[in-house]
Design a protein around this ligand. Structure first.
Ligand SMILES: *[C@@H]1O[C@H](CO)[C@@H](O)[C@H](O)[C@H]1NC(C)=O
Ligand SMILES: *[C@@H]1O[C@H](CO)[C@@H](O)[C@H](O)[C@H]1NC(C)=O
Ligand SMILES: *[C@@H]1O[C@H](CO)[C@@H](O)[C@H](O)[C@H]1NC(C)=O
Ligand SMILES: *[C@@H]1O[C@H](CO)[C@@H](O)[C@H](O)[C@H]1NC(C)=O
Ligand SMILES: *[C@@H]1O[C@H](CO)[C@@H](O)[C@H](O)[C@H]1NC(C)=O
Ligand SMILES: *[C@@H]1O[C@H](CO)[C@@H](O)[C@H](O)[C@H]1NC(C)=O
Ligand SMILES: *[C@@H]1O[C@H](CO)[C@@H](O)[C@H](O)[C@H]1NC(C)=O
Ligand SMILES: *[C@@H]1O[C@H](CO)[C@@H](O)[C@H](O)[C@H]1NC(C)=O
Ligand SMILES: *[C@@H]1O[C@H](CO)[C@@H](O)[C@H](O)[C@H]1NC(C)=O
Length: 891
């Protein structure tokens, strides 16, 4: 979870009274840090600054010389075609261009400085070990390429990529800008283009043509259309054709720097504050093929998950002790709802220190007894691990923290330019962060996870705050460690007195009395806030527009080009490890290059640590920040959303983004993280999320409990849908197998399954699970019906109602209104499907021992087909597995 400064209701806490062991400092004694430690200058984002120069107007572009054909394409030198513009950095005078036809379907265009010294290469090119750097596929010849690059030097170097007569990417009429801190490339686009992807953002599935996608990993709670946790600089474009098949292609820019994609009416402008152009074009021609080409050919296929991960997960920030945890387990059992995994947020830790258990509330012996019982019931446990490591007060021996001591001895933490540790701030107080570019850090991380596992035998690890989030600017703990443990410089939801009084939109209808009392309680809390006068926002340290490029200097913290970072003041240094922090690799790589990769690296390190903890078992890790390729080793959840109908609606487009990005194991905090939920929203959401791969209910400490058994209506709705999810587990698992081996998707856009119907281009209120099931959830309050489109009717697709197995009677292209009272989620089976089903047990384990059923839904021609994958559900390397394909053909 994040700092939650955006919450409106804030009350000053009195002394903190959290229980502590006698040897630890009392929380009441913890000083609250001064808000000034988070003060950063306020900047004007370039896209909002009318005085900012337009690189296209002032930069000279390049001319290609020394064009040399190679076996797989050509190379050239690009020479600056005029006076340097130095618009947001220092122009690089000589560049190398490498064009490679890497397969019949993939074309790569690389532009990087001609004089690339090893010491500065990471400033430009992400090393191959970090994320896929594809080469030419074996056996590729120039014959039969589906893509074709043409170029010219007039008036300056420009190129075009086409597929047949279709121009899919074109810089014609624009200049290429390549500076040490700013790169720009513009492609023209067709009118009303359909572009998808560019995860991670909260917003519509189809991106629209008046939008800027900013990438800079940020610990901010699900802001709409702003930068958030992850960076996947890849888009999918679909072009519909009258009377023939649509054509889709993909574009991936392999660059991890802070960057922006300006989607405009007739163009897309790609800008980054460093790195190189490392572009890949994928020829599709269907959306599913583009995604498969991206996963299989570039970033790698998604990790195969263990079978039990498909069960239902319950989490909450605010489970106070093991007894409360047991009560939740019992609550689910008593309600007859399948609970597969119970999770812990930071409550279990000793003063928010990773790999520790609070002695009073989460003692190890009681935890072991609890986990033994859980395991005996076939259930699992997944705790949170934060990305920061508490840095104790060096002058107070009783504050010592072994994980820190071990890491400090091995010097595995991110540093300041002067080689001192970089001390930022997070939950426990001043903290350091593991440096995963340091070759020793993997062992450190593995050993910490192994040692803690001996105490607390967890089943997977949840990595949080991996943006990496720091609640102050710069190395604010340097010289201040004597203050540790310290409270962050603002109030947090866990602080006493911080009660959240917000509710979903229709709460004033479903719970009139409570809604009225919430409004008055909220008002009184707000007035006590103003009486005690605390402010959650930090005054800016200064205000300026932008820095001026300086020859030979890279201005890491305040680069001349200002991205539209979500945080107040927009500076890169806000709420994050500063860009000038350095890594202990051979090149002293800085956070400037690595910022968007921290979450990717910590998830990878956790995956590899879990391989040691559980040899030959598929590691289960869920991470918050991620990068292109993270799907190889981690699942992802949508982060800090809200108990609002809008958050539930956007969860579908979030999942579809991550299907494009190659992280199919995705889900959001069901019923909403921040704010109170109510029975109506929670009921709808528990039913919707049952069709997401990762199915977890989770919320914040400051709001009411929202386990599925809290309201009888939610319990009913959950029991109903859980039976469906559990009977579909073999189907879900088979989809994962197909994703893992073939680059298929699990949750799918309707537009991907029916790619020739332009009316489906923007549909994100319905979705498909695999190619067999269509889900049409209710996404608005107080509804009894929902409108649904039945795709493919014009091509004779048949749809069957899941519940009645009756053929749906609907008209092509018409929104059909169907009954959807609370507790009912409409599901339809596509004709032509064969679904493997299994009778639900109370856990995935018992379900797997139950009899199978096969559901055959014939298409209009009387045929159907389907598949089933079986293995032991857990091992990385399987001794035995089976893939079965079945067909039913009309006689
Ligand atoms: C011209 O290109 C070839 C092939 O890449 C390269 O070996 C050679 O050094 C280049 N010449 C100059 C003057 O850059
Ligand atoms: C992941 O960790 C393994 C083991 O430490 C390492 O070999 C690999 O290069 C890492 N990959 C990434 C993406 O960091
Ligand atoms: C690429 O396009 C150029 C110019 O239209 C044409 O001459 C060439 O044959 C094309 N190459 C391929 C492989 O299609
Ligand atoms: C584009 O978006 C901006 C900001 O949301 C808005 O002010 C403007 O009117 C939009 N322009 C068009 C043409 O829709
Ligand atoms: C656990 O926490 C609950 C809720 O705060 C409290 O009522 C109970 O006494 C605690 N139990 C133990 C054993 O600490
Ligand atoms: C690094 O960045 C921080 C935050 O902007 C700044 O306070 C510090 O002075 C910088 N350190 C160096 C050595 O430039
Ligand atoms: C309930 O609250 C919503 C805002 O969330 C408001 O639009 C609506 O008018 C209210 N309805 C009633 C019946 O008070
Ligand atoms: C009304 O709201 C309160 C507070 O959230 C909750 O405890 C109660 O269960 C709600 N009642 C109904 C019928 O939803
Ligand atoms: C990295 O930093 C250290 C310490 O400041 C310095 O000795 C070394 O030369 C630097 N290495 C490079 C490649 O810049």
């Amino acid at each position: 979870m994040g700092p939650w400064r955006v919450l409106t209701a804030i009350v000053l806490c009195s002394a903190r009274s959290l229980a502590q062991t006698p040897t630890k400092p009392q929380y009441s004694a913890i000083p609250t840090l001064n808000a000034s430690i988070d003060a950063a200058p306020s900047l004007i984002p370039n896209i909002l600054d009318p005085t900012a120069p337009n690189a296209q107007d002032v930069c000279p572009g390049y001319k290609a010389t020394n064009v040399t054909n190679t076996i797989h394409g050509f190379t050239a030198n690009l020479l600056l075609a005029g006076k340097p513009c130095n618009v947001y950095g220092n122009d690089v005078a000589e560049l190398s261009l490498v064009v490679e036809y890497q397969s019949q379907k993939r074309l790569s265009v690389k532009v990087f400085p001609k004089y690339l010294a090893p010491a500065n290469s990471s400033q430009y090119i992400i090393p191959a070990f970090i994320t896929g750097l594809p080469d030419v596929d074996e056996g590729t010849t120039l014959l039969g390429n589906e893509l074709n690059l043409t170029w010219s030097n007039e008036p300056s170097f420009q190129f075009e990529i086409s597929r047949g007569s279709e121009r899919i990417f074109s810089t014609v009429g624009t200049v290429i800008v390549f500076e040490d801190q700013f790169l720009e490339l513009v492609t023209s686009m067709i009118p009303e283009y359909n572009v998808y992807g560019l995860a991670e953002h909260i917003g519509n599935f189809r991106l629209g043509n008046n939008l800027t996608r900013t990438f800079y990993a940020a610990d901010d709670g699900n802001p709409i259309d702003s930068n958030v946790y992850g960076t996947h600089p890849m888009y999918l474009e679909t072009r519909y054709k009258m009377g023939s098949d649509s054509l889709s292609h993909g574009v991936y820019a392999r660059n991890a720097h802070a960057q922006e994609w300006l989607l405009r009416e007739n163009s897309i402008t790609y800008r980054t504050i460093g790195g190189s152009f490392d572009l890949y074009f994928l020829s599709g021609p269907t959306p599913k093929k583009v995604i498969a080409q991206y996963q299989g050919g570039i970033v790698g296929l998604p990790a195969m998950q263990m079978y039990w991960v498909l069960g239902f997960h319950q989490c909450r920030w605010g489970y106070q002790n093991w007894t409360v945890m047991q009560e939740v387990v019992d609550g689910y059992a008593n309600a007859g709802i399948q609970l597969e995994t119970l999770w812990n947020d930071i409550d279990y830790m000793d003063q928010y220190r990773d790999f520790t258990n609070g002695e009073l509330n989460f003692p190890v012996p009681a935890g072991q007894a609890f986990l033994e019982k859980l395991r005996a019931a076939g259930q699992h446990y997944v705790p949170i691990v934060d990305s920061n490591i508490y840095a104790p007060d060096p002058g107070n021996a009783s504050d010592a923290y072994d994980t820190f001591s071990r890491g400090a001895t091995q010097r595995v933490f991110i540093q300041n330019p002067d080689e001192s540790f970089y001390y930022g701030d997070n939950w426990p107080g001043f903290s350091v962060w593991p440096d995963f570019l340091n070759p020793v850090t993997q062992d450190f991380w593995t050993n910490e996870l192994i040692a803690w596992y001996r105490d607390i035998p967890y089943d997977g690890i949840w990595i949080d705050l991996s943006e990496a989030s720091s609640f102050c600017v710069g190395s604010c703990g340097t010289e201040n460690l004597a203050t540790n443990p310290a409270h962050p410089p603002f109030l947090l939801p866990g602080d006493p007195g911080m009660i959240d009084y917000t509710y979903p939109e229709s709460f004033n209808i479903t719970n009139v009395t409570e809604a009225a009392s919430a409004i008055s309680a909220s008002a009184s809390q707000a007035s006590s806030v103003s009486a005690t006068a605390t402010t959650s926002s930090t005054p800016p340290a200064s205000t300026f527009t932008r820095t001026v490029p300086t020859p030979g200097v890279r201005q890491l913290d305040f680069p001349p080009y200002v991205i539209n970072n979500f945080f107040e003041g927009h500076a890169l240094v806000k709420n994050s490890i500063a860009p000038n922090a350095t890594h202990s690799d051979a090149y002293n790589t800085t956070e400037y290059e690595m910022h968007n990769l921290f979450g990717h690296l910590i998830s990878n390190a956790t995956y590899h640590a879990l391989l040691q903890v559980f040899p030959n078992r598929r590691p289960f890790t869920v991470g918050r920040s991620q990068f292109a390729g993270s799907g190889n080793f981690t699942a992802h959840w949508g982060g800090d959303n809200y108990s609002k109908w809008g958050s539930m609606y956007f969860s579908i487009s979030q999942a579809l983004q991550f299907a494009v990005a190659g992280i199919p194991m995705f889900g959001v905090d069901t019923c909403g993280f921040a704010g109170n939920t109510d029975y109506e929203l929670c009921s709808r959401w528990m039913q919707l999320s049952a069709f997401f791969p990762f199915y977890r209910n989770h919320n914040v400490i400051a709001s009411i409990a929202q386990e599925a058994y809290v309201w009888s209506s939610v319990a009913d709705a959950t029991r109903t849908v859980m039976q469906i999810r559990f009977s579909l587990l073999p189907y879900f698992y088979t989809l994962f197998y197909q994703a893992h081996f073939l680059g298929e998707t699990v949750m799918r856009a309707v537009a991907w399954e029916f790619p020739n119907d332009p009316q489906l281009a923007g549909v994100d209120n319905q979705f498909m699970l695999g190619s067999c099931l269509l889900i049409t959830p209710v996404l608005v309050p107080q509804a009894e019906t929902v409108k649904t489109v039945f795709p493919g009717l014009a091509e004779k697709t048949t749809w069957y109602d899941w519940y009645t197995l009756k053929t749906v009677d609907a008209e092509a292209g018409v929104n059909t209104t169907i009954e959807a009272p609370l507790g009912h989620i409409p599901i339809f089976i596509k004709g032509g499907s064969i679904l493997p089903l299994q009778q639900p047990g109370n856990t995935t384990k018992t379900s797997r021992q139950n009899p199978f059923n096969i559901l055959i839904a014939l298409d209009s021609g009387g045929s159907a087909s389907g598949s089933l994958y079986l293995d032991d559900g857990e091992s990385l390397v399987q001794e035995e597995s089976k893939y079965i394909e079945v067909k039913s053909e009309s006689a």
